[in-house]
Design a protein around this ligand. Structure first.
Ligand SMILES: NC(=O)c1ccc[n+]([C@@H]2O[C@H](COP(=O)([O-])OP(=O)(O)OC[C@H]3O[C@@H](n4cnc5c(N)ncnc54)[C@H](O)[C@@H]3O)[C@@H](O)[C@H]2O)c1
Ligand SMILES: [Zn+2]
Length: 663
């Protein structure tokens, strides 16, 4: 094929893929699509005379008007992309001395929202950039962050990204295992394609604003200030005056990717001054005053090579996807969860399929679905769930709506090994020197069955095994000995009681239970009285701790501490506590004024708790005090001011903490 033909082929592919994507049913992952665009871009730049006409690289979005077409007052464009710090530096050089707002590049779809004399009149999708789809009725019903009234005269146009929050996405999929959404972006696009908002009521979206046009003066030139003055939820912005600090802000956005409640695929830099941004103008399909910095993809496609059914520590038999290695979310992934047989059925996944793998947020890699069934060759195989336990042969039972499979054999060898590995894991007893392979060997030999058996092991016994030297045997025994100090919270985690989370263990400690035996002695009513412990968790704790009584005695007999440790107790409020009785919110970057060193926010919050404060995560009418560190967003301050919450700089609080001998 000659270059001209290849160019035409790529251009046609792009048009077809965009069409599917903007209809809400992508056929490839974004990373694969981007690779096709990159190839076309490179070919055209080497052979400008062969550029196709029309050139899809100079166009935006796709057609797809479902409700009613609306012409945009100004085109809605794409963004110039970068992946390297030099490109960020070159961007700053184009605008000497101009501050840039750096913010997450949210992965949803953009909307233009128009107000006239303070009233919401229209909300329109980007469409092909010139003409979008009128989705006003859906936005009014389903999108948070779009007030129906704002306090501003004339015509105001707000642009922003509508996203489905990860928490909304997860809640929806948990409630509808039979018709799961593949990813939040596609889900958001689907919501705005609905004919009737009632059919998608559980699929709410959130708008984060990133652009503003006002017909009348009055609004501040600074973008974030202008947006928050109107009461709009703005994208999380930080103003930077040079490329180095912008690069740092980009790094922080990438670091924070897992802890945010929305997908983001990069960072956006744009002139912080609205007038300067407008004056910078546009190219064929992107504004000159902005630049996108792309992060590694959190979704990729790969081939599902096999499915293996794995026995967990509570006896749950879960399908694990074995994948052709794929680089996603920053690491190479070869295994991913398929959740349960209902998810497999609902997503129509088969062995041999090209599947979309998602590794986003703090969740383990997940097979989200099959993107393009037309890629099937006919050689794909159905995934057949087992009927008996792969470890012990016990007939499996099914539980719940998603038909999870369980082995209920209490002495199932695979479960025993999993429980022992869990006891030794970091979050529990942390027996670092005895890894999973050794635990498996020791379980097979009959040396280990229950956690208490670790504490009966001797160096001489370990030395009877093949391939173990004096040094490692000693290290293993020392590591086991050190784990005797495990204490109530981590021992409870280590016992892997169904439904009892790490949070449950912390809350029991804070509620004043002195030991694991005391938790076992408590009635279900007493357990439910603890904050955030519901009847189901209480019943599970009661039943399992009763069953584990003999094991608790054995652990004690081997000198293992099951008593609460001081670090798990509620902080002791110091005498003369300066923040006693106050509900506080901490925001911005915190640093110790004595050393200048950064202090992680949770550590600072703990100091405030010792000073008597109750910590809240966001400002509300119940907040007494907002403590501000460095680089605080204008929107947080505006909210505090609106609610008349006192605002104090960290310097004052540090002084009080130091004077009271707390810090
Ligand atoms: N999988 C596929 O088949 C397929 C097909 C077409 C496009 N795509 C994907 O779509 C994207 C490219 O197209 P594009 O031009 O629509 O988007 P883009 O990546 O060029 O970015 C422009 C868009 O970013 C959004 N955005 C998010 N946060 C923003 C912020 N803070 N400031 C400004 N804008 C912000 C806006 O919606 C804006 O329209 C790529 O990620 C591409 O991989 C995928
Ligand atoms: Zn079994």
């Amino acid at each position: 094929m000659d270059t001209g033909e290849r160019i035409q082929e790529l251009a046609d592919q792009i048009v077809a893929l965009r069409d599917a994507y903007y209809r809400g049913s992508p056929q490839v992952a974004d990373a694969e699509y981007d690779a096709i665009e990159d190839e076309l871009r490179a070919l055209i730049s080497a052979n400008p005379e062969l550029a196709p006409d029309p050139n899809p690289l100079e166009q935006v979005g796709g057609p797809s008007v479902l409700h009613a077409p609306v012409r945009h007052s100004r085109p809605m464009l794409s963004l110039e992309k970068s992946t390297r710090p030099e490109q960020v530096a070159a961007f700053f050089d184009r605008f000497p001395g101009q501050p840039m707002a750096v913010m997450p590049k949210l992965d949803g779809l953009s909307l233009a929202v128009v107000y006239e004399d303070g009233r919401l009149v229209r909300a329109v999708t980007r469409g092909d950039g010139t003409t979008g789809d009128d989705v006003t009725f859906l936005v009014r019903a389903l999108v948070d962050g779009v007030p129906t009234r704002i306090d501003a005269p004339g015509r105001v146009e707000v642009r922003g990204e509508a996203v489905m929050l990860r928490s909304t996405f997860a809640a929806y999929n948990a409630a509808h295992p039979d018709k799961p959404l593949i990813n939040p972006r596609g889900a958001a696009a689907g919501t705005l394609r609905a004919k009737d908002p009632a059919t998608v009521a559980e699929r709410r979206l959130q708008l984060f604003a990133f652009d503003l046009h006002t017909s009348e003066g009055g609004a501040p030139d600074d973008l974030e200030q202008a947006l928050s003055a109107l009461g709009l939820a703005a994208a999380d912005m930080r103003v930077c005056t040079d490329a180095a600090s912008a690069q740092e802000a980009i790094g922080e956005i990438e670091q924070s990717r897992n802890s945010r409640d929305y997908d983001l695929d990069g960072a956006v830099l744009r002139l912080a001054d609205r007038v300067a941004y407008g004056a910078a103008g546009t190219r064929s399909n992107s504004p000159r005053g902005a630049l996108a910095y792309k992060f590694a993809a959190e979704e990729k496609t790969t081939v599902l090579a096999d499915v293996v059914w794995d026995v967990g520590k509570t006896g749950k038999i879960a399908p694990v996807a074995h994948l052709e290695p794929v680089f996603v979310g920053g690491t190479t992934v070869t295994r991913a969860t398929l959740a349960n047989q209902e998810v497999i059925r609902a997503r129509g996944i088969r062995i041999g399929d090209t599947v979309l793998v998602r590794r986003a947020g703090d969740v383990i890699p997940f097979v989200a679905g099959v993107l393009d069934e037309s890629r099937r060759t006919g050689a794909e195989r159905e995934i057949v769930p087992p009927t008996t336990c792969p470890s012990c042969g016990e007939i499996l039972t099914e539980q719940g709506n998603s038909r999870e499979l369980f082995c209920t054999n209490a002495s199932c060898p695979a479960q025993t090994t999993r429980r022992l590995i869990h006891w030794a894991s970091r979050a529990a007893a942390d027996i670092e020197a005895v890894g999973p392979v050794w635990i498996e060997r020791l379980a097979e030999s009959g040396d280990l069955e229950n956690p208490s058996d670790f504490y009966r092991l001797t160096k001489d016994r370990l030395l009877e095994f093949d391939r173990i030297g004096e040094t490692s045997a000693t290290r293993m025994i020392e590591s086991i000995a050190a784990s005797r100090a495990v204490g109530l919270r981590r021992a409870l985690i280590g016992l892997a009681i169904p439904m009892a989370s790490e949070g449950t263990a912390s809350r029991l400690c804070r509620a004043g239970f002195p030991s694991l035996e005391a938790v076992a002695d408590a009635s279900e009513e007493e357990l439910v009285a603890v904050d955030d412990i519901g009847p189901r968790v209480a019943a599970s704790l009661s039943a399992h701790l009763t069953r584990l009584r003999p094991e608790l005695s054995r652990l004690r007999a081997h000198g293992v501490s099951l008593d609460v440790r001081s670090e798990d107790l509620p902080p002791v409020v110091a005498a003369g506590a300066p923040l006693a009785g106050k509900t506080v919110v901490v925001t911005g970057a915190i640093a110790d004024p004595r050393s200048g060193e950064k202090v992680p926010r949770p550590a600072f919050q703990r100091l405030c708790e010792k000073a008597g404060a109750t910590i809240a995560s966001s400002v509300s009418a119940n907040t007494d005090l907002l403590i501000t560190g460095a680089d605080v967003g204008a929107s947080k301050l505006a909210k505090a001011e609106k609610l008349e919450v006192a605002i104090t700089d960290q310097a004052d609080i540090w002084r009080q903490l130091i004077d009271a001998g707390i810090a």
